[in-house]
Design a protein. Sequence first.
Length: 454
Amino acid sequence: MIKSPRGTRDLLPPDTALWNFVEAAVRDVFRAYNFHEIRTPIFESTELFVRGVGEETDIVSKQMFTWEDRWRSLDSGDNLPPGPQFEAIKQQTDAMYAASRRRGQSLTLRPENTAGVVRAYIEHKLWDRGLNKLFYIGPQFRRERPQKGRYRQFYQIGAEVIGPASAGSESPARDAEILELLATLLDRLGITKWTLELNSVGSSSDRVKFNDALRQALAPVVEKMCADCQRRAVTNPLRVFDCKVPEDQPIIDTLPTITQFLSDESRAHYEAVKQILNAVGIPYVENPRLVRGLDYYTHTAFEFTHRALGAQNAILGGGRYDGLSEALGGPAAPGIGFAIGEDRLVLSLMETESAESVVRKPDVYIAPLGAGMNRQAARLARELRRHDLVVDLGDESFRLKKSFEAADKMGARYILIVGENEVAADAFALKHLASGEQVTVPRAELAQRILRKK
Ligand code: AMP
């Protein structure tokens, strides 16, 4: 038997109803905040993530699905019409094609979506539109050790606010709006037991000072730490805070925190965010060790955690990334964003909501009875579905008992019997399954009758 690859899974009904419920609610919330959808490719050039996420991050150093793509999308000269005037071009394109096949291109399944969005921002000069408020919903890929709440293909719902500083992209008001949106979103979904952990990781110049201080603090202790930390201590000491090795934690607890190194400006930004959160009544907990997984975060960094999730309790994370566009070769474009783990969101939702409860069951099951009745049933189904009724139907070969069982099993509200007598009278037997009450209803009144009695 061929099984789905390790770390991937099939989402089946009725669970998919919960996923759709989440996505519909999320789209409603994004609409209220004037966000618009962006869809970027599922794979990008590897370099985008190396530069946009950071070489020293776990994602880039360990978790990417990367391959060498030898067939670049260059046209070969074969597509040119025959004729001596095309010979030179043909030879030239063939040579380029052959060279590109030899050279190849490194591609990677996206492990996150911010880099792709910022690439699209640069590629399409989205700064012309002023402030961009974008959201996405889609699969991401990381080669991690699978466990509950952690998969190799998982789904993220994310948003990015990005644009030139003149459009207000740098303002702490954007940070606060994003955080308030997230609180609204979780509340709307009925997920109440969340904690917002908040920190400022400062500007890149604050971090230069902080990194120096970290290097100094690490020097005398780093030998006792894991191999990853020993490397990080040299290349990118901030990443030491990502370490999950239990023995290293007491050492990490003694390291300085970024808070001491924030400039007046960074401090003012952080204060302004907190003031707006206080004003709108969003509770938060400050966590000065929260640095998040990506290298380009500046100022505000945050995570929402949920108690029910256990070890993988981060339901979403995000932050400001004012230098990212420049790191990818674009113009200055301050931005802030987040990514919700949709898999984990659905897991926490399952605590309070069963998939069954959000599935819309059929309003009516049509039971054609006897030869030639499929046609009649199809006509009726078509008429009823036009009234936004959920309609399912059986087959003329089924005995009535079998149709009743099918209707019961799918939780239909009514069964509609379509036999020769009914067709002749153009009135049909409609039975309410819960009460057993049965009436004969003329064709023209069927939809209203089914709609009426909920
Ligand atoms: P990150 O981009 O690492 O900040 O991830 C943002 C959110 O995506 C996390 O808070 C998780 O909820 C979710 N997430 C990250 N990695 C995985 C994974 N391997 N499986 C499921 N969810 C994940």
